[in-house]
Design a protein around this ligand. Structure first.
Ligand SMILES: O=C(O)CCC(=O)C(=O)O
Length: 275
């Protein structure tokens, strides 16, 4: 007798990830990318605001605020976390054409200063993420371990802020690549081992890493990071709830993002002497 297909929640619980998940059609994914790239053009030469745009597209562009509330993303995140959901971050990971930038093997929750593991990432591809362009790879089942030791490399090739990598051996033959078409997403657990390679194509590889958490989570140092309540209720008040963006690239939204970035920088680099 053939086994019944596993449910989404069972696949996620067992492997620590699910991919691919259809979210947007090609035209809508393209429109979202175009909106982001138009904003990049508008901010050309302004490295500080470009950096904030990459870290907070959902706070600075109404199109990205709408995306983090997309019913298909909410449905997927709810499978892992239930009905009450906040977005803790919606930052973009971009690899330019023919870029050597990589992401080393890591577990997301290592340095975010959160007190629990009630978190999942929906990584939404805004361009094709193939093995050639540096899609993510996951080690199935590795989320069942708690956080393993990491070391900081501060390698300039690494897209991660501390160049952090897992200090124990990760065998490449244990890893599974998760290619995505533009508009598809993968979902992964905050303890899952994952990494990605360089971009050997002539197009940018762009993905929005949308981090959903349960409202009961908190920053261990008591900081009230800026988050967006995207489904259900917040009965805890552990975070600062963001309103929708005031407009497109609005100065007051930049000010809020700037303040939050300083708060998060402190959390991320706590105890680090070399930055
Ligand atoms: O974009 C990438 O290649 C890596 C992203 C990542 O590590 C994450 O979303 O947790």
């Amino acid at each position: 007798m053939k086994d019944a297909p596993q449910s989404f929640a069972d696949r996620y619980a067992e492997a620590g990830f699910v991919a691919p998940i259809d979210i947007l059609d090609a035209a809508d994914a393209r429109a979202l990318r175009d909106d982001y790239e138009a904003a990049e053009t508008e901010l050309e030469g302004d490295a500080e605001r470009l950096g904030l745009l990459k870290s907070y597209p959902d706070r600075l562009l109404p199109s990205f605020d709408a995306i983090i509330r997309h019913p298909a993303l909410i449905a997927a995140a709810s499978e892992a976390l239930g009905p009450d959901l906040m977005v803790w971050s919606g930052a973009l990971f971009i690899k330019e054409p023919q870029s050597e930038k990589i992401v080393s093997w890591h577990q997301d929750l290592t340095y975010w200063g959160l007190d629990d593991a009630e978190e999942t990432t929906l990584w939404l591809a805004l361009s094709h993420a193939s093995e050639q362009s540096g899609c993510m790879s996951f080690v199935p089942g590795s989320h069942k371990q708690r956080i393993v030791p990491h070391r900081d490399t501060f390698d300039a090739r690494n897209l991660l802020s501390r160049g952090q990598e897992i200090a124990v051996e990760v065998r490449d033959d244990e890893a599974v690549a998760a290619p995505l078409r533009a508009g598809q997403a993968s979902m992964h657990h905050g303890h899952l081992f994952h990494a990605s390679g360089p971009n050997r194509t002539d197009d940018r590889r762009i993905g929005a890493a949308i981090r959903f958490i349960k409202p009961a989570m908190r920053q261990q140092n008591g900081a009230k990071s800026l988050v967006t309540l995207v489904a259900g209720r917040d009965d805890y008040g552990h975070f600062t709830l963001a309103d929708r963006p005031r407009g497109r690239l609005h100065p007051e939204d930049f000010a809020l993002c700037r303040e939050d970035a300083a708060r998060r920088h402190e959390i991320l680099f706590e105890g680090v002497t070399q930055a």
